[in-house]
Design a protein around this ligand. Structure first.
Ligand code: G4P
Ligand code: NA
Ligand code: NA
Length: 194
């Protein structure tokens, strides 16, 4: 997605050879115009799949998901990473290992909002090692729901998540695939350059 790649080139900050900071439009401040374009792109890619609901995870997955949900005309549900005062029964949970933080967290969604009749589109902001996506797939499976695919805003192609998911036969649609963060510069995978 050209607009997204341009935004990453213009505002992304390469923190190391592994980490790209995009706090100005995705992870802290949010650019609504760009989010709308991202939502439309996800909707276009999954329009034929009869999606009934979008499943994401707090916090940075919510903005792109809501815009995609608006475009597809479906609700958006986000998994919580912390215990909630009101979200306390009929929970569907999964364990998510974080390689970066070296800890395991439980993520949860209420079973009241996902059921076996649902066809889900899973969306997240980043795909790194794929652990969050695997947790969301686990929750979908526990609900007996079908998953049409996973939409990712920025995939880090040099980490294992994309291969892990695609090797399982999951359809992964990434709007930008970063292949390298060398010398303070972002390089994108060629197929995505159009
Ligand atoms: P994984 O799910 O793919 O295995 O990712 P990992 O545990 O490595 O990532 C932990 C957090 O760091 C996630 O956000 C993930 O989106 C984010 N992340 C991973 N790599 C990058 C990167 O290069 N740049 C940025 N900006 N973020 C990255 P989170 O802690 O769940 O935060 P949030 O959703 O509340 O923003
Ligand atoms: Na995220
Ligand atoms: Na994130």
């Amino acid at each position: 997605m050209k607009l997204l790649q341009e935004k990453i080139q213009k505002e992304g900050i390469v923190l190391s050879e592994e980490v790209l900071k995009v706090d100005s439009f995705l992870n802290h401040q949010v650019d609504p115009h760009l989010m709308q374009a991202i939502g439309m792109e996800f909707a276009e890619r999954f329009r034929a799949d009869n999606i009934t609901k979008i499943l994401t995870i707090e916090s940075s997955g919510i903005a792109p998901s809501v815009m995609a949900g608006l475009e597809l005309g479906v609700p958006v549900i986000f998994a919580r990473k912390r215990a909630s005062l009101t979200l306390n029964n009929n929970l569907l949970s999964a364990e998510v290992k974080s390689f970066t933080k070296k800890e395991t967290n439980t993520i949860s969604v209420s079973g009241d909002f996902i059921s076996s009749g649902d066809k889900l589109l899973i969306i997240d902001d980043f795909l790194a090692n794929g652990q969050a996506a695997l947790g969301l797939l686990d929750i979908a499976e526990k609900a007996g729901a079908e998953v049409a695919g996973i939409g990712i805003v920025i995939e880090k192609g040099f980490q294992q998540g994309g291969r892990l998911l695609r090797d399982r036969g999951v359809r992964v649609e990434s709007l930008a695939i970063v292949d390298g963060l060398q010398d303070g510069r972002v390089t994108f995978r060629k197929e995505e350059n159009t």
